[in-house]
Write a protein that binds this ligand. Sequence first.
Ligand code: MG
Length: 163
Amino acid sequence: MPAPFRIGYGYDVHRLQQGLPLFLGGVLIPSSPHGAIGHSDADVLLHAVCDALLGALALGDIGTHFPDTDLSYKGIDSKILLQKTYELVAHSNYKISNIDCTVLLESPKIMKYADEMRHLISNILNLNMANISIKASTSESMGFVGRQEGVAAHAIALLYRNE
Ligand code: MG
C-alpha cells in the first residue's frame, strides 16, 4: 500500500553577479543590482520547488532530469522546468497538498513580489494560491548571502495519495 502522504525538501543556491537579471519564483525582480548565475535563468526558488516535488516522489533531483550539460536547457525559463516537473507529479498517484518556501537574499527586499510568484506557481502546479507559501529572509549580513555573493532558497512540499 503506497504511503498516504509524502513530504519532499528542496534546496538551491546560485552565485550573484552585478548586472545580471534576477529571477525569483518566475518573476523578474526589477531594479535588482545583481542577478544569479546559472545554466538556466538561475531561479533558485523554482529550482528548490522542483527538488521538493521530485524529492517527495523519490524521483532524483533537478540535475538528474534537466542536466546542466544539456544545451537545450541553456538559459531556459525555469517555469518550463517546473512545468515538466509538475507533469511527473500529475502522472504519479499523488497530488500536491501545499508548498512552503523561504528565499534567503540580503537585498533587494522581495516580499512585495511574493503574491505574483505565488500566482505564477499556482498556475503551473494547478494548485490554489492559498496552498503556496513564500517567505523571505536576509542572512543578517553573515555568510555568503549576507555578503551578497549568493541567493538561496528552501522549499518543502507535501503530497497526498490520489484515492
Ligand atoms: Mg539551481
